[in-house]
Design a protein around this ligand. Structure first.
Ligand code: PLP
Length: 387
């Protein structure tokens, strides 16, 4: 199906050519979109095609899953209907009674699910500060802890977890390391190369990159019993993306590298410039030398620090919300990782119990001109502070 050896190609080449697959039947360069929900059974009652029903065997998943596995250096990947469907499948592949450790700073909805549904279902859940490796070690219990979950850079303050060290701690107690790598993307971090066992993405974000679908993905280091349980769960719970979403995701991934690199350049420029802005108290971005996790990020992130940053607005919550109200170019919307820049008052999204500072605006840098992005947020900050 392909003329080039993907194992020898660089990730940017793998993404741009989507592994170079050609549709054998038509010789089409762009992949076909299969919409069939069901497949013909052979006369002798077998399914030699290997496909019977699209909840389990959708051919439109094959290429995006192969591309993702190659980009993350895993043995297999699975696409899901959302990032939440992907992440919760990892936890549900464990058994009631198992102990898991997750970060205090992480995507808020998954944290909420762990503290409610997952606990009710029987998982023992501890949340720790993942930037504190001694705290992580102390929270793990040999033989009982089955999964350590990390997110790096982590929502919404972009804390950095040392993945190689976290993997060592997880493995030393017999647990696996799962990593939400949504913000880092395979452009900047390949967690499996650092010792992680499973990588999760909200493919809604950078992998697709155009804010026009909801999807998730997992990539595994080993095709083992846990992976088979996860694949079974996808069929049983039905957390499958539609064919069109899987096809769009593949289309989006072809421009992953130039998009994400451009967004990261913009984020770095904005972080430097807002550092000295009179109305900004603090800029949170792993690329800044003074950021607490910078040294670890510089080691484990290859070629950039991602497109996500946050600013803490002087004057508190009121000033932050007033700033958000005033932007014209930035889109005042939740989510991240699209080509257009998004901004949100994060505490308003996460609700009253959030650990997110109330003066924080979360910024997803897009690929527009950085000067335009700076000028728009600058005028919004100044207007909010002139009252
Ligand atoms: C870091 C991170 N993980 C997971 C998710 C959940 O993904 P989805 O919205 O695709 O279910 C999100 C979504 O915002 C996210 O930002």
């Amino acid at each position: 199906m392909t003329d080039f050896d993907a194992r020898k190609a660089n990730p940017a080449t793998i993404a741009a050519q989507a592994l170079g697959w050609i549709d054998e039947q038509t010789r089409a360069v762009a992949p076909p979109l299969h919409v069939s929900s069901t497949f013909i059974r052979d006369e002798d009652n077998l399914y030699r095609s290997g496909r019977s029903y699209a909840r389990a065997d959708n051919p439109t998943y094959d290429q995006p899953e192969a591309v993702l596995a190659a980009l993350e250096n895993g043995v297999a990947a699975a696409v899901f209907s959302s990032g939440m469907a992907a992440a919760t499948s990892v936890f549900l592949s464990l058994k009631p009674g198992d102990h898991v450790v997750a970060p205090k700073a992480m995507y808020w909805l998954l944290r909420g699910w762990l503290l409610t549904f997952a606990r009710r279902w029987g998982l023992e859940v501890d949340l720790v500060d993942m930037t504190d490796l001694a705290a992580l070690k102390a929270a793990t219990h040999p033989g009982r802890t089955k999964l350590v979950w990390a997110e790096t850079p982590a929502n919404p303050q972009w804390d950095i977890t040392d993945l190689a060290a976290a993997a060592e701690i997880a493995h030393s107690c017999g647990a696996r390391l799962g990593v939400d790598s949504t913000a880092a993307t395979p452009v900047f971090t390949r967690p499996l190369n650092l010792g992680a066992d499973i990588v999760m993405h909200s493919a809604t974000k950078y992998l697709n990159g155009h804010s026009d679908l909801v999807a998730g993905a997992l990539v595994t280091r080993a095709d083992d019993e846990q992976w088979r349980t996860i694949k079974d769960l996808r069929v049983q719970l039905g957390g499958v993306p539609g064919s069109f979403e899987a096809w769009l995701l593949l289309r989006g991934m072809r421009t992953l590298f130039p998009r994400v690199r451009a967004a990261a350049r913009n984020a770095a420029t904005l972080a430097e410039r807002f550092k000295s802005h009179p109305d900004v108290g603090q800029v949170l971005y792993a690329g800044l030398k003074e950021f607490p996790g910078h040294a670890i990020a510089a080691r484990q992130m290859n070629g950039g620090f991602g497109g996500m940053l946050s600013i803490r607005v002087r004057g508190g919550e009121g000033a932050a919300i007033a700033t958000a109200a005033r932007v014209q170019l930035w889109k005042r919307a939740t989510s991240l990782g699209g080509v257009e820049s998004l901004l949100e008052h994060r505490a308003s999204v996460e609700g009253p119990d959030t650990p997110c500072p109330r003066d924080l605006l979360r910024l997803s840098a897009g690929i527009e001109d950085a000067n335009d992005l700076y000028a728009d947020l600058d005028q919004a900050l100044r207007h909010a502070h002139s009252k």
